[in-house]
Design a binder for this molecule. Structure first.
Ligand code: ADP
Length: 242
């Protein structure tokens, strides 16, 4: 399998405060990787570095062979990020929002219009395509935000606690959209606290604690969600987060 994401000796400090310590990580195309860990373990910092939103203090990150520090523009067109922030324009309609982001990624007009319709169908907002986002409920904004992050068909999708604050409809829609993505087309890296769901949907699990990867295993080597919970507790209980 080809590697899509490689981190070599990545460390990050805020002032004198170390947050990530010497992380080496290789993620293959098609994997669905969960990152578990207690609050303050460095999960969000790690995802920000992987997704070009923050730079490491030391070490390097490569996505599909491109060094993120030298080539962040090419890398950004390959990745998508779903977090609890929606990053939408309230004064634009649902369709206009998707068109804006699609053009930003350089998608040609015909392809873009088809893609917008397809995504609005998927997130069940096709009937509200021409309504301004300011009139949407929080759940509808969340569903549109999922469509926004997928408009350019990213090869690598980062999900930072994507279920946090989702209402039930958005959560079910999100599950459906994830299921419909072809794993070979979209490698996924998800920060989450939900061990049961992680066991169900992810192919590999990392546990981060105190800024280090303290566990890394294919999910097929773990027998049940209960076993994963036990592993998690054993790995985080003896470590103090930095
Ligand atoms: P997690 O996502 O696992 O909860 P974070 O990556 O958000 O962990 O944070 C790891 C540590 O880094 C925490 O102690 C947090 O306070 C600190 N931290 C995160 N961002 C900053 C920042 N911009 N400036 C200073 N400290 C930060």
């Amino acid at each position: 399998m080809d590697s899509i994401l490689s981190l070599s000796n990545v460390s990050k400090s805020y002032g004198n405060f170390p947050v990530l310590n010497d992380i080496d990580l290789d993620i293959k195309k098609g994997e669905f990787v969960a990152i578990l860990g207690p609050n303050g373990a460095g999960k969000t910092t790690l995802v920000k570095i992987m997704s070009t939103l923050s730079s490491p203090s030391e070490g390097s990150v490569e996505i599909s062979g491109h060094n993120v520090a030298d080539d962040s523009a090419s890398v950004r067109s390959m990745i998508g990020v779903i977090s609890h922030e929606t990053h939408l324009y309230n004064d634009l309609t649902a369709e206009e929002n998707l068109r804006f982001f699609g053009k930003m990624y350089g998608i040609g007009s015909d392809d873009l219009e088809n893609r917008i319709d397809e995504l609005l169908e998927q997130v069940e907002l096709i009937g509200r395509a021409d309504d301004r986002v300011s009139t949407f409920s929080r759940g509808m904004k969340q569903r549109l935000s999922i469509a926004r992050s997928l408009i350019h068909e990213p090869q690598l999708l980062f999900l930072d606690e994507p279920y946090t604050g989702l209402d039930q409809h958005a959560s079910l829609t999100f599950d459906k959209v994830l299921e419909e993505l072809d794993p070979q087309d979209t490698t996924r890296v998800m920060v989450t606290h939900d061990i049961t769901n992680t066991f169900k949907i992810c192919s590999r699990v990392l546990i981060l604690n105190g800024g280090r990867i303290v566990f890394d295993s294919p999910m097929s080597d773990i027998g049940s969600a209960e076993e994963l919970k036990e592993i998690y507790l054993s790995k985080v209980s003896n470590h103090i987060s930095v």
